[in-house]
Design a protein around this ligand. Structure first.
Ligand code: SF4
Length: 86
């Protein structure tokens, strides 16, 4: 439970630029998101994010299998796909 909370906070902090993301992890995230984009379990979603003090609508993918936002999940190294695609 605590581990999952740390993953959620880490993924959101990285996606908002509050935590730095190393280049290899950025590349890994891109590969993971490509697989999510081709997956039958992904759906388009819209979230509200505060970027530089301004609230904006951001489009992305949401996994209907694990109920996680794909971008944030992809930015956590030891997260895994629930159907083992990545
Ligand atoms: S995490 Fe896995 S199951 Fe979920 S959308 Fe991505 S590829 Fe599909």
């Amino acid at each position: 439970m605590v581990r999952k909370m740390i993953h959620i906070l880490t993924g959101w902090a990285r996606s908002l630029g509050l935590l730095s993301t190393a280049d290899p992890l950025k590349k890994l995230s891109e590969l993971r998101l490509k697989l999510c984009g081709e997956c039958d379990f992904s759906r388009s979603s819209t979230t509200l994010e505060i970027i530089n003090g301004t609230m904006k609508k951001e489009s992305g993918l949401f996994c209907t299998k694990c109920h996680c936002p794909c971008k944030q999940k992809s930015l956590v190294l030891d997260e895994t796909c629930p159907i083992k695609r990545w």
